[in-house]
Write a protein that binds this ligand. Structure first.
Ligand SMILES: Nc1ncnc2c1ncn2[C@@H]1O[C@H](COP(=O)(O)OP(=O)(O)OP(=O)(O)O)[C@@H](O)[C@H]1O
Ligand SMILES: [Mg+2]
Length: 234
């Protein structure tokens, strides 16, 4: 479904992502784990077209996205839930959700999509006219996920969705991601929460200092010495 080939991304003279290749097969959850500053957001923002890449390319369902502007990525089935959620805090829950379906094809399905999101997250239905900035962290994450779902994506890119949330709410977010995959949407999940993201993933990559240093099945990676020491504190 998604193929990233030999991607290099940087800021000014500095290169933050070096020669990254990865793949998300249809209907799977792929996770990329890595510490603070490893380049996770840089990578995912480049895949989402928000940041330009220096070289390499991203293909979605066989289409090269190199010359596709970022606002058209949703037409190719890609939606991102950015780090820190990036909601419009002064707008209502429903207005935020509607920002997810601004493209014509998605706008035609607005009512149906909104109904689906409210069915998935009944609390958002109750709070539809409340300002997004007044919601709890977990509820704000639901708005960010709901906003992405409004575009009816085939692939969702999650940038550290568990960040800053209480443990119980984190469990809830991982359950939501699992449900989304069961419904046929593929997922690329960038996380520092190694245990839980490995637990729901079909395959995983380890990103350190802008390089992929390991990849494979989560169970294999979790058995490696380096992963146990650096990420699991064993
Ligand atoms: N806007 C920017 N300008 C210059 N350098 C940046 C910028 N954003 C990130 N960097 C640098 O790029 C590298 C990768 O940062 P990035 O934010 O992608 O890491 P990350 O893995 O997402 O970290 P975190 O877990 O803290 O979110 C870091 O060295 C960071 O300092
Ligand atoms: Mg980040």
């Amino acid at each position: 479904m998604l193929q990233v080939r030999n991607l290099f991304v940087g800021y000014g003279d500095a290169t933050a992502i070096w020669d990254i290749s990865l793949e998300v097969a249809e209907g799977t959850i792929v996770t990329v784990i890595g510490p603070n500053g490893a380049g996770k957001s840089t990578m995912i923002n480049a895949i989402a077209g928000i940041l330009p890449s220096r070289s390499g390319n991203v293909q979605m369902l066989g289409t090269d996205l190199s010359n596709v502007p970022s606002y058209q990525y949703c037409d190719h089935g890609i939606a991102i839930i950015p780090e820190g959620r990036r909601l419009f805090v002064g707008m209502t829950v429903e207005e935020n959700l509607e920002m997810g379906c601004y493209r014509l094809a998605a706008r035609e399905l607005r009512d149906e999509s909104l109904r689906d999101v409210y069915q998935r997250f009944p609390i958002l239905n109750q709070k539809r006219n409340q300002l997004a900035g007044e919601l709890s962290g977990g509820q704000q994450q639901m708005v960010a996920i709901g906003r992405a779902l409004m575009a009816r994506p085939r692939l969702m890119l999650f940038d550290e969705p568990s960040l800053g949330l209480a443990p119980l709410i984190v469990n809830n977010v991982f359950d939501i991601i699992r449900d989304i995959r069961l419904e046929g949407v593929s997922v690329l999940l960038v996380e520092q929460n190694v245990r839980q993201s490995m637990n729901i993933a079909d395959s995983a990559y380890v990103l350190e200092h802008g390089h992929i240093v390991a990849s494979g099945e989560p169970s294999e990676l979790l058995a490696q010495d380096h992963i146990q020491k650096a990420y699991l504190g064993l």
